[in-house]
Write a protein that binds this ligand. Structure first.
Ligand SMILES: Nc1ncnc2c1ncn2[C@@H]1O[C@H](COP(=O)(O)OP(=O)(O)OP(=O)(O)O)[C@@H](O)[C@H]1O
Ligand SMILES: [Mg+2]
Length: 253
């Protein structure tokens, strides 16, 4: 049986929302509509508009309501400004494919050296067929961009490096533990709907009060990003599990 992949962010988000334990970690997410955009901008001031099944951060747009008649949106490095909601929404609608786009409450990501970062949590089936969080790594955005993806100029970096100025060593290790636990809960919940999953990569945003938010779950997570960690045992384990469930062939010696 092939490893299960689920492309739709909408489907995965709804699956997670069925867990009462997880709902508090999920930023409000809706299908695109102009009215929904207006309501969510009024409520949150900043939202992300993104394709339901996008990858690499492409097509992801950050939309802001700065003041009553001052709106902006940014895709890539280009920011556009507008003096009315209608003008902004009209332009935005020209830019996207509305039927396949979602709107998500925007989280103000923590910053390091004035660049935003988020956290990737890798969760895999281990040799006992149990879910295990095998890797955690931070992703620092390109300074001019609104996404943190490696393919969009983001830089992978250890979570310790990114957060050591903000949390003490013991707080950091507690946070590590907390994210690992969250990772396993997410995997178990998704597996109840998608039984052939073997691996997931969770994009976690951390806000200024250190609350983790689940931005999305990837079912074809990039294992190689973990080669950037100084601790080589992390990637070795990730790779070993990938071989176990058949994503990679065992190396011949
Ligand atoms: N609601 C949000 N609040 C803040 N930042 C966000 C939000 N949604 C997305 N981002 C930023 O944009 C990046 C890309 O978004 P997302 O992961 O949802 O799509 P994707 O990367 O295209 O999908 P994939 O990870 O499958 O390649 C995130 O890693 C994060 O840095
Ligand atoms: Mg992503």
């Amino acid at each position: 049986m092939p490893i299960q992949r689920v492309r739709s962010k909408w489907a995965k988000t709804n699956s997670l929302l069925k867990s009462t334990e997880l709902t508090e970690y999920i930023p409000e997410t809706k299908r695109w509509s102009k009215n929904t955009l207006q309501a969510m901008l009024d409520a949150y001031k900043m939202v992300y508009v993104k394709p339901d099944s996008g990858t690499f951060g492409s097509g992801v747009i950050r939309v802001e309501k700065r003041a009553n008649e001052y709106y902006s949106f940014q895709m890539g490095t280009r920011k556009r400004e507008f003096h009315s909601f209608d003008a902004m929404a009209h332009q935005l609608q020209q830019t996207i494919r509305p039927q396949s786009y979602l709107i998500q409450r925007g989280i103000q990501l923590l910053r390091h050296a004035n660049r935003r970062f988020d956290i990737r949590v890798m969760v895999q089936k281990n040799n006992h067929n149990h879910w295990e969080s095998t890797g955690i790594i931070g992703r620092l955005s390109h300074p001019a961009k609104i996404v943190t993806n490696y393919h969009s100029g983001g830089t992978p970096m250890s979570m310790e490096q990114l957060m050591s100025g903000k949390l003490s060593a013991s707080q950091l290790s507690a946070y590590h533990f907390r994210l690992k636990k969250l990772g396993v809960s997410v995997a178990k919940q998704l597996q109840s709907q998608y039984p052939r999953l073997k691996e997931i990569g969770i994009d976690v945003a951390v806000d200024s009060s250190f609350k983790p938010w689940i931005l999305e779950v990837n079912t074809l997570p990039d294992p190689f990003i973990f080669r950037k960690l100084r601790d080589k045992s992390v990637f070795r384990k990730i790779h070993r599990y990938c071989v176990l469930y058949g994503r990679f062939k065992r190396k011949r010696h």
